[in-house]
Every structure is written in structure tokens, then in C-alpha cells.
Write a protein that binds this ligand. Sequence first.
Ligand code: ADP
Length: 629
Amino acid sequence: MLAGPRSGRGLVLLFLVVTILPALALVALGVRLLEQERVLAEQRRRENLERAAGHAVMILERELASLRRQLAAGEWDPRQLPADSASLIIRGQSITASPAGRLPYLPAAAPLGEIPESAFAEAESIEFARQDLPGALQLYASLAGARDAGVRAGALLREARVLKKLGRGEAALAANRRLAEIGNIAFSGMPVDLAARRNRCAIFASLNRPMELATEAGRIRDDLLAGRWTLDQASYAHVAGQLGGWLGTTVAPRPEQAALAEAAVWLHGRWITAPPEEFPAGGAHGLPAVLVLWHSDGATVSALLAGATFVQQRLLDKAAAAVRPMRLRVGAKTTPGGMRVQRSAAESGLPWPLAVEPDPSEPLQDPARSRLLQVGFVLLLLLITAGSYLIWRAVSRELAVARLQSDFVAAVSHEFRTPLTTLAHLNDLLAGGGEPASEKRRGYYQAQARATSRLRRLVETLLDFGRMEAGRQPYRFDPLDAGAFARDVCEAFGAEAADRGFRVEFHPCDEDLPVLADAEALERALWNLLDNAAKYSGESRRIAVEASARDGRVRIEVADFGLGIGPEDQSRIFEKFTRGDAAREHGIKGTGIGLAMVRHIARAHGGEVTVSSTKGRGSVFTIVLPRRR
Ligand code: ADP
């Protein structure tokens, strides 16, 4: 019935196996479950992304088809195109881009009126063959008044040239200014007004007039970039280079405009050399990408050069709206890491690859589901932990009680053995041969009586304690005066303890101390305290008892001046079978049930027992009882 230390260890081991192993298994299972849940959620997300990407591509195809239809039907208003887009019409040699000025250059220059060179044969022979510059100048000046714009332009060009040769810079500048006012005439493929303005720059440069040079060159640059002249790529590059030289900076169109011009050149070249294919994805020469759509009816090619704004508004926004809450990203660059589904440019029909990514605000897993899992998991763990703790506490308490019980059995056996040995010895003496003197015999019988009464007290104590523990101890409460009662008990105890040298001082109370009490039980409690006071007195032989009343309660205090009790023990000694340090250190015999009984009795009277003690100085045990009214 009693658990020894070995079975105690076995119990601990069993406890560990029964509680910790399942807890560990549960943790492992929970982790697996959460991991599986995560993988499943990821799979679901990828499937959603794939579906969204397919949907986005479908929307884009539909929109592109509708754009092509519009292009074919000619129901196209170029004025509504955003700034990074333009429309292009190629009809034979003529190429028109609209809105005007959006492309800095075109695949071919616009056809302009030419200067009739034959009109200047005579004047040029005077200028070059005869080297008669004033004569030639006169002739050119008269031709400059002609009605035909071509003749006028040719004459002014030559007049300015001769004036320059003659070193008349101011006059040459004036002639060029007049020439700059003539439009729609080309000289060697270059509009004459542009040529005249460039001539003025050259004259300013040769006359070393930097301010005027910068102003004139700056104005030409502004007009050039605003698309005032329709130049081909080579002329444009030549003029831009020259202006850059004069201005000391690079003259370049905005990248979106350059991208449109490049797309136009590409389309024109393709159209002439081979059937059109895809425009290079991602834009040419590091320029922004342009979506090129075209329709040809044999004679005319109508094309749409769509920049990023147009693509965003007309195509991507629609596709993005269709895949919400996923996010559609366009272009080669997407956020690094993370999950996404890509569609190449070939699949999307756009000049860029497409990526569909999960909405970053979307939680990775179904929040309700994973929270439920986590909560269940934590609850289970808590349950197991709490259960384990409770079992552990119960087991350790059982072990402690078992240990105390085994100590108790040893102590009780010892308590029995001493009087029994005495009895056996006396019996031997009395039964032995020879008749002892009657004096001696009386001594033997008295010793026998003492041993027997000790045994009886012990047995009664044990039986009473058993009854108290089981709650079967009957109490009979009668009114009595606690002062007189305590005095009587002290006197009886004093008489018994006097031969051991003890002196019991009793301090009575001035007033009556009426209580309702079971006299037999209360006597046993007080006797126990007095007995302990004597047992744990050490060298001291003084015991003091005081009966008093305070706060409507009656107090009986038993003080000794002996070993005292440490603070740790003070809280434990009222538990059954518990013995304190003093008992162990000084080898004092006892069973550890005395104080437990005192507490039982005090509580049965509606009172309490308390202790206050200092180790090495002594202890005061107080029984507090309700005062009878
Ligand atoms: P027992 O005396 O048989 O051991 P008790 O229940 O009467 O059992 O007392 C419990 C413990 O309390 C004792 O073992 C002892 O250590 C301590 N104790 C009780 N009374 C005193 C006292 N007057 N002085 C010092 N220690 C005491």
C-alpha cells in the first residue's frame, strides 16, 4: 500500500511517458498539419493566379482585336490619343503622322516644292566664271523679287551667299531672315526656312556673336523638337548634331517621342522589305516600349503607335480589373521573390511580358481556417499541460503522504515498543523465581500501571485521530469557564511533569471566560500543547500558560522557552504526520499527529490554533475560541 522511493521513481517515469510523449506527438502532428495547410493554400493560390493570368490574356486579346477592327474601319480619332501615342498613315511615298508634331522625325521627309535651278544659270556664271560678285549680287537681288516662291527662295539663298563672301555679314543676316519667311520649299531636301535659320547661326558664329548664336540656335531647337518640320531620320540627326555643337548640349527628343519615331521607321522599313512581324519587345535601343498595330488595304497602311499610357488605359486597366484582387504587373520587372505567374510577350500579344501576382494584402492562408487550427492546437496543448500539471501535483502529493505515512508507522511502532518492552520485562521479574519484597513488588506494579496507561493513551489517541479524520468524532458541547478549566489542566499536567523538573506557571484572567466546549476534547488539545512544550523545551524547564479574552474571543496561550520553530516549519507543522526540524535534529520521539488533532478540535469549536515562535528562543501556541454570550 505504501509507495517506497523506488516505486516513486517508477511513477515519475510512467508519468513522463503518459503525458510528455503524447504532448510531443501532438506538437509534431500540429506542425505537420499547419505545414500541410500552408502547402495547400499555396497550391490554391497558384491555381488562382494561373486562372487570373489566362483571363487577363483573354481580355487583352479581345481588346487588341477590337482595336484592330477600329483601325480597319478607319473610325479612329488621333486627337484623342495620349501624348505618348500617335497614328501613322503610309500611302505610297507620303507618310503622315498625327497629331502633328508628335514624332520628331519620320521614315521619309515630307515632299516640298523644289527650287528651279535653271533660273539662276546666267547669274551663277557671272558669280563663278567671271568672279563678278557685285554683278551677280545685282542679278540675285532682282530675282529675289520674283512672284514664284521657289525662284525667290533660290535667289535669296544665293544673295546671302555672295553677301557673306563680300564680308557684308549684316546684309547676309537680313537676306537669310527674309529667306526664313518662305515655307514649303526645299533646298537639297532641307526646308529652306530651316536652312536660312541655320545660315544665320553660322554667320553669328563666324562674326563671334555668341549671344545671338545661342538665341537663334535655341529657337531652332525648340521648333525642331516641337515637330515643325517633317524631316527624315538622317536630316534630323544632322540638324540636331549641328545645333548641339552650337548650344554645347545634346539635342534629343523625349524618349517616348523617340520611341514613336523609331516604331514608325521600323514599320515603314518592314512594310517595304518584308511582311510585318512583331515590333521588338521592350522597345528599341533602350527606348520605352511601343505597341504597334496596323491594317493595310493594299494601298494604304494605317497604324497605331501606342505608348505606355494608351496601353495602360485601353488594355491593361481592363485586364487588371478583370483579375482583381490579383495584381497585374507589366514589363520585365516584377517584385523580386514572392509568387507570380508569368506570360511572355508572345502569349500576351503585347510588347512586354505580363505577370500576375497575389494581392499583397491578401493573407497567405485562409485566416479563419488557420486560426481555428492554431486555436485548437493551442487549446489541446494547454489542456495536456494543465492535465499533466494536475496529475503531477496529485502524484507528488500522494508520494509525500506515503512517505509521511511510512515515517508515521515507524514512529508509532517505536512508541508501542517502549512500554511493551517494559511490560515484558516486569512480567519476567514477577513470574521469575523468588518472592520479591512487597516494597519492590509495589514498584513493579506501579511501573506496569504507567506503561499500560501510556499504551492506552497511545491507542486512544490513534483511534480518536482516525475518527476525527473520518469526521466521526462526536463532540458534546457544554458551557464551561475556560480560565478555571485551563488552570485545572495545568495543575494536573504540572503534577505529572514535576518529577521531570518542569514548572508550569498559570496566569489567570480577572474576568470569567465562558465558552461552549467539549471538556474532554479541549483537555486533550491543551494537554497536547503542554506535552509538546515540555518535549521541545531543550534545557529550559519553564512553561507558562495564560488565559485571557480579546476582541470577543477567549485565548489560551501555552508558552515554552525551548527550541523554537523556524518560519518554514511554522506553516507545515499542523499537517498530519508532519514533524519539524526540532524533532528530527534532537531525535525527539513523536508521531506528527498531535498538532493536527489540536487544530481539528479547535476548529470543531469554531476556533483556531496559531503559533508564533523564534528558533532557539521558544514558542507560543494559542487556542482561540469564540466567547459564549
Ligand atoms: P510530534 O510532536 O509527535 O512530532 P506534533 O504534531 O505534536 O507531532 O508536532 C509537530 C511538530 O511541531 C513537531 O515534530 C515539532 O517539530 C514541532 N513542535 C510542536 N510543538 C513544538 C514546540 N513547543 N516547540 C518546538 N517545536 C514544536
